[in-house]
Design a protein around this ligand. Structure first.
Ligand SMILES: Cc1cc2nc3c(=O)[nH]c(=O)nc-3n(C[C@H](O)[C@H](O)[C@H](O)COP(=O)(O)OP(=O)(O)OC[C@H]3O[C@@H](n4cnc5c(N)ncnc54)[C@H](O)[C@@H]3O)c2cc1C
Length: 481
């Protein structure tokens, strides 16, 4: 078996892995090998090119409160990183509601009966809030009332996660829509929002001219130019362990050749549970239970080329209607005109969420394309015959699932992986954290900085908070827990 000796080995070339490699190479480390199973870099934030049209894996907006990451993105792409005025709506009962919800819009479109119901259930939520806020349903209902929860949150959320909202932990709501309640919605509707930036209300975001992946392709070029080797279409198949360290990693290249990589330090952004499954096994029953208990939701994008322009004005639409299986639809013409290579065509992506055991996942690509066409027609967005080409992209382990009770298993694996002396787990799948790009990038940057301190490890990567502001507070406090 071919052996590669290197100082640092990075597993996964998504934002987290590439951020680690970028930081290491900036600090003069040239001896880096990056292993990536896909044929292009960017991970979930990559951009696939089909017939010269560009599609992300679901829509990706760039937004962060972290000044360092914001500067890094801007410095990487300069003029190619453009501001986009956000328009996103919710499709529910044949109507399009603004998202974030606007009070006036809800009042005019909901109709008097549903509006009365919404106001009554909101009043009830305020007078008699649920005492426990353990689940997504409890968290949202306490802030909006059950009627608005059912109308604007329930169906989409259940499509995404594949489990009922009363089995989804409140952590997800707190992370995704932190700070949002009806008062903020009303203030936002009348343009009197408070100074605090609520992620879900942000009305402008940045975006690379050529798609989200352009950012990470640029990073990969820099890392490669600084001397690192990037092995694409190469999968990690096994971790060889020795005591509390990783002795080597076995990978399989596109030709089927096995390669053994022996490194001083490993940075892993491959799914946390896979790390445990790709070893010779752990004898501790608690660990094995945790490995089997934690699971990810998988994701399908049906990319469609439409022979029409102005299909809809939004960057994306959340589909709350239970009559269709699609959860969201994105229009890349409204992100950047450079995503489409023909002025009379539109590049759309329709998203479905499924577990690999579900019928939807097992449906053939052709049938998924037919389903997407039917659903577009049903919602009055595009006629079937306007779809001139279509492609399907499947992504496994896309959403680490914050189901009720996941924390106990998460803590078990977090503690166990933390015992390895030459491994930093990083990123969304790698740390089982529902990260946006910025948190993943921060985990990669800080892991690299930990390594560069040669054992001091001043940053606790697990403490990176949901707004990726960690670095600023970490710099002030030097070290948290
Ligand atoms: C549909 C969707 C929409 C999103 N929208 C947004 C958004 O609007 N804004 C935002 O900021 N974030 C968004 N995100 C989140 C964003 O995509 C992630 O936060 C980011 O890509 C995570 O980076 P990462 O490097 O941690 O993980 P990943 O991007 O998952 O990268 C991990 C890499 O590891 C590789 N890998 C896995 N297993 C192996 C193996 N065995 N061998 C070799 N390589 C392996 C994978 O191929 C992948 O390239 C979205 C995610 C999804 C799924």
């Amino acid at each position: 078996m071919r052996k590669i000796n290197t100082e640092c080995c990075v597993l996964g070339a998504g934002p987290a892995g590439l951020a680690a490699a970028l930081e290491l190479s900036k600090k003069g480390i040239k001896d880096i090998v990056i292993v990536e199973k896909n044929s292009i870099v960017g991970g979930l934030s990559r951009t696939e090119i089909r017939d010269n049209y560009r599609f992300d894996v679901g829509p990706h907006r760039f937004f962060t409160k972290n000044k360092e990451i914001n500067a890094l993105w801007h410095n990487t792409l300069g003029k190619d990183f453009i501001p986009v005025e956000r328009l996103t709506r919710i499709y529910y009962k044949n109507k399009f509601f603004n998202y974030p919800i606007k009070a006036g819009d809800v009042v005019t479109k909901l109709g008097p009966v549903e509006l009365f119901h919404a106001m009554a259930s909101f009043a009830l939520a305020k007078l008699k809030p649920k005492t426990e806020e353990n689940t997504f349903e409890e968290w949202i209902s306490n802030r909006f009332g059950t009627k608005l929860f059912n109308t604007f949150f329930k169906t989409y959320t259940e499509k995404v996660w594949g489990i009922p909202c009363n089995e989804i932990g409140a952590e997800w709501a707190a992370q995704r829509i932190k700070g949002l309640d009806i008062i903020e919605v009303i203030k936002n509707s009348f343009g009197t929002r408070s100074q605090k930036k609520i992620k879900t209300l942000v009305d402008q975001f940045d975006y690379p001219l050529l798609g989200a992946g352009q950012m990470y392709e640029a990073w990969a070029d820099k890392i490669h130019a600084a001397g690192a080797e990037i092995l694409l279409s190469t999968s990690v198949k096994k971790f060889n362990l020795k005591d509390s360290a990783i002795a080597s990693v076995i990978c399989v290249t596109p030709s089927g050749e096995e390669v053994e990589i022996i490194a001083n330090q490993y940075f892993s952004s491959i799914p946390l549970t896979h790390f445990f499954k790709l070893t010779d096994g752990f004898s501790d029953e608690k660990i094995n239970r945790a490995v089997n208990a934690l699971y990810y939701r998988d994701h399908i994008t049906v990319d469609l080329l439409i022979d029409e322009i102005n299909v809809f004005p939004d960057q994306w639409i959340y589909i709350h209607s239970p009559e269709v299986k699609m959860a969201r639809i994105a229009n890349y013409n409204n992100f950047s005109k450079k995503m489409v290579n023909h002025e009379n065509k539109t590049a759309l992506s329709v998203e479905y969420f499924a577990f690999q055991t579900e019928e939807l996942w097992k449906t053939s690509d052709n049938d998924l394309i037919e389903l997407a066409k039917d659903e577009l027609k049903f919602m009055g967005l595009a006629d079937r015959e306007k779809v001139v080409k279509a492609w399907v992209v499947r992504e496994t382990e896309s959403y680490p699932t914050y189901y009720l009770g996941f924390k106990e298993h998460y803590e078990t694996l977090k503690n166990e992986i933390g015992k390895f002396t030459n491994l930093y787990p990083v990123g969304r799948g790698g740390m089982y954290k529902y990260n946006n790009q910025d948190h993943s990038i921060m985990s990669g940057l800080l892991a690299a900085r930990n390594y560069l301190t040669k054992g001091e490890d001043p940053y606790n990567l697990w403490d990176i908070n949901e707004d990726a502001e960690y670095h600023e507070s970490a710099a002030r406090e030097n070290k948290t827990s």
